[in-house]
Design a protein around this ligand. Structure first.
Ligand code: NDP
Length: 291
């Protein structure tokens, strides 16, 4: 193995420490802590773990966490009514509804109901549109985390060839938009892409967000490339990414491990968005470079 390991866990811990420091500054100025409301519908064990971890990280950063649980058979109107209350609650700066939702609930209706000013997941069309046209808004957390790791590793990304594999609204597309905004030349690949191997082979940056265990092979990677593996796949051998880590690490210059790469950045970026939302709501600014 020759690649440097990009330590997302350490980077996220340092980011959370900076967020905690800025949270103190906010608290002193506003007389209250930034508040994040997390809504969990049903009792899916993986979702419950995510929600618990988000709650713990919120408290650890010195923010106020509000957890709301609704039963798996709750009707859509009940969830929308809760979102309406959170939208006008002055103690709540960010709202996150844990996905996936039970079948009787239309996820699009839920996303549309969240006040874009409190949409710390960045899924509301208002924020999606802002990202698309380069206006300030809330950027989805996992893509923001990928960009921060890349910038930390590579500095200026201008002119680099980037391939993003996966075009979902929550990962692939926003990653491609963020990389375009940083002046990369971006190829967005998906399940209908022809000869993915040769497309990946010319990339300086590879971001894999596919959901297929170890699909991206080491032989596809250009020597010296930087590889960001977003995949989280539960296999008999444990949790693995979308990239064949051993094969890719032999040729890449740097690579994120799974776990411990992109994963920890998601919650850190959620806290970051919540802190930004809290500042914007009361007209305060975060010092340049503080986050
Ligand atoms: P989706 O299932 O929504 O999207 C997967 C994308 O991969 C689609 O665009 C699909 O193409 C594409 N794809 C599927 N198979 C292939 C293939 N053989 N070749 C090329 N492209 C392919 O997944 P998500 O974007 O939600 O998640 C992707 C991965 O990231 C998952 O492993 C998920 O667990 C992980 N994840 C990790 C997070 C974190 O670190 N915190 C957060 C979110 C996700 P098409 O559009 O044509 O169907």
């Amino acid at each position: 193995m020759s690649a440097d390991i990009i330590d997302g866990k350490a980077f996220a811990a340092a980011l959370r420490a900076r967020i905690a420091a800025q949270t103190e500054v906010f608290r002193a100025a506003a007389g209250r802590a930034p508040g994040l409301a997390v809504v969990l519908v049903g009792d899916d064990p993986a979702s419950a773990v995510y929600v618990r971890n988000k709650g713990k990280a919120t408290m650890a950063a010195g923010m106020a966490g509000f957890e709301h649980r609704l039963p798996v058979d709750c009707v859509q109107a009940e969830l929308l009514a809760l979102i309406d209350r959170l939208n006008v609650d002055p103690a709540v700066d960010g709202i996150l509804v844990q996905m996936p939702l039970p079948r009787q609930i239309d996820a699009d209706a839920v996303i549309l109901a969240i006040d874009p000013a409190k949409d710390v997941d960045g899924f509301h069309p208002d924020n999606v549109g802002r990202l698309a046209i380069g206006m300030p808004g809330f950027v989805p957390c996992t893509p923001q985390g990928c960009l921060m790791l890349l910038r930390d590793r590579l500095g200026d990304l201008s002119g680099l060839d980037a391939v993003v594999i996966g075009r979902s609204a929550i990962v692939g597309k926003p990653v491609a938009q963020l990389l375009t905004a940083t002046n990369c030349t971006v190829t967005l690949a998906h399940s209908r892409t022809r000869d993915l191997a040769s497309i990946v082979r010319r990339a300086d940056i590879v971001v894999a967000a596919v959901g297929q265990p170890q699909m991206v092979k080491g032989a596809w990677i250009k020597p010296g490339a930087t590889v960001i593996d977003v995949g989280i796949n539960r296999t008999e051998a444990g949790i693995v990414g979308d990239v064949d880590f051993g094969g890719a690490a032999a040729v890449a210059a740097a690579i994120t491990p799974v776990p411990g790469g992109v994963g920890p950045m998601t919650i850190a970026c959620l806290l970051r968005n919540t802190l930004i939302a809290a500042h914007i709501r009361i007209g305060l600014h975060i010092a340049e470079g503080a986050l």
